[in-house]
Ligand binder design. Structure first.
Ligand code: IMP
Ligand code: MG
Length: 360
């Protein structure tokens, strides 16, 4: 049998890849978790998978708040090389702006074969159907994806965009070369499992068609950046203590309107990073636990990260020690561990990258 090129021994691939995925409807706070682990665990490489500019992530570091949709959240480690895999749709205008904002020009690569979101895709995404019935983000992502799947001859790729010429690369090869030198890779996925194109059956009905345009689990994340699943060591699935969803469609655990309003009045409301839309707010009902177990299992998760514990349980803001968390917060964490049969290793307690309880 031919040996695996990135193994110590023939056929034994090195496991130097970790994947971070969302376990709910996106906006779980993956950006915060990624921006923390990439620093603490010193990854040499970070690859981004996912759909396109429909996903946004917020990163707060050094008193600054970055709201991004193209640049990987892992930019917070200045020694990490950043990659966008060819699974991802790229909007060059947004990407170039973010590269400048984050000052990552010297260590950023976009795959030559990333499809380009053109203005025409954006215009078509903003038609009534997409905006009202599907409640899309209107970023053109779904329409560009459609062009890719139907193999339109109008689709452009990153290699065709002159402004991107100094950043284009074969990302899969870059990551595989890095791995063959023993380097670690952090893969970040966007959206969340419940937004997968494949759909879920819930007590309120099917999530499809109010879903995004591709699968959003860890397996797809690997395919997006061009590496095989045999290299993955850990999959960290992220959930938010206060579940949310933007856009239309079923939302198990959604709170009654009055309770949502009350939370917003207390400053606990959230607004979409990309669209500015008000996020619908929910709670951890038995069905949410059941579906969360399913999304963790489908991702092959080995660890759980929980974000925004301070939003639900008072007295936890900025805490960095597990024993310092309040009893009700710890009870929730323990319930989650029991129901999903996985360890909760990271717990977000505030906006800043370092507002986190790290139990690893
Ligand atoms: P599209 O991905 O723009 O086509 O939108 C399809 C559905 O997925 C809509 O309900 C969007 O609100 C939702 N969606 C897409 N990306 C994200 C995300 O990153 N976070 C939350 N919801 C998203
Ligand atoms: Mg988001």
């Amino acid at each position: 049998m031919a040996g695996n090129i990135i193994g110590n021994k023939m056929g034994q691939p090195q496991k130097t890849v970790d994947v971070v995925v969302g376990g709910w409807f996106g906006d779980e706070g993956k950006g915060k978790i990624i921006s923390y682990v990439v620093i603490i665990d010193s990854y040499e490489n970070a690859g981004k998978g996912g759909v396109g500019t429909n996903a946004g992530h917020t990163v707060c570091i050094g008193g600054r708040k970055y709201q991004l949709s193209m640049v990987p959240s892992a930019f917070t480690n200045p020694n990490t090389k950043l990659y966008i895999g060819r699974g991802v749709l790229v909007d060059p205008k947004i990407l170039l702006k973010e590269i400048e904002l984050c000052e990552i020009g010297g260590r950023f690569y976009v795959d030559r074969l990333c499809p380009i979101i053109d203005q025409e895709h954006i215009d078509r995404d903003r038609t009534n159907y997409n905006k009202s019935k599907l409640g899309t983000t209107g970023t053109g992502s779904g329409i560009a994806q459609q062009d890719r799947v139907t193999r339109s001859d109008k689709l452009r790729f990153a290699k065709d965009v002159p402004e991107l010429s100094k950043y284009v690369a074969d990302v899969s090869s870059c990551l595989i070369d890095g791995m063959s030198r023993g380097e670690k890779v952090l893969v970040e996925m966007t959206q969340g499992a419940m937004l997968s194109l494949f759909g879920f059956e819930t007590s309120q009905g099917l999530t499809y068609p109010q879903v995004t345009t591709k699968d959003t689990t860890a397996g797809s994340a690997c395919a997006d950046v061009g590496i095989g699943p045999t290299h993955v060591k850990d999959v960290i699935v992220v959930y938010k203590a206060l579940p949310s969803r933007v856009g239309t469609g079923v939302f198990p655990g959604e709170l009654p309107e009055e309770s949502q309003q009350k939370l917003r009045a207390e400053g606990k409301g959230e607004y979409g990073t990309v669209t500015g839309r008000m996020r619908r707010l929910g709670e951890w009902t038995p069905e949410v636990f059941r579906l969360a177990k399913k999304t963790a299992d489908m991702n092959g998760a080995t660890q759980i990260a929980v974000t925004k514990i301070d939003m639900v349980y008072d007295g936890n803001k900025g805490e960095r020690d597990y024993r310092g968390l309040t009893g009700d917060a710890r009870s929730f964490i323990e319930k989650l561990e029991n129901e999903l049969d996985l360890p909760v290793t990271l717990i977000g307690t505030g906006e800043d990258v370092f507002d986190i309880v790290d139990r690893r």
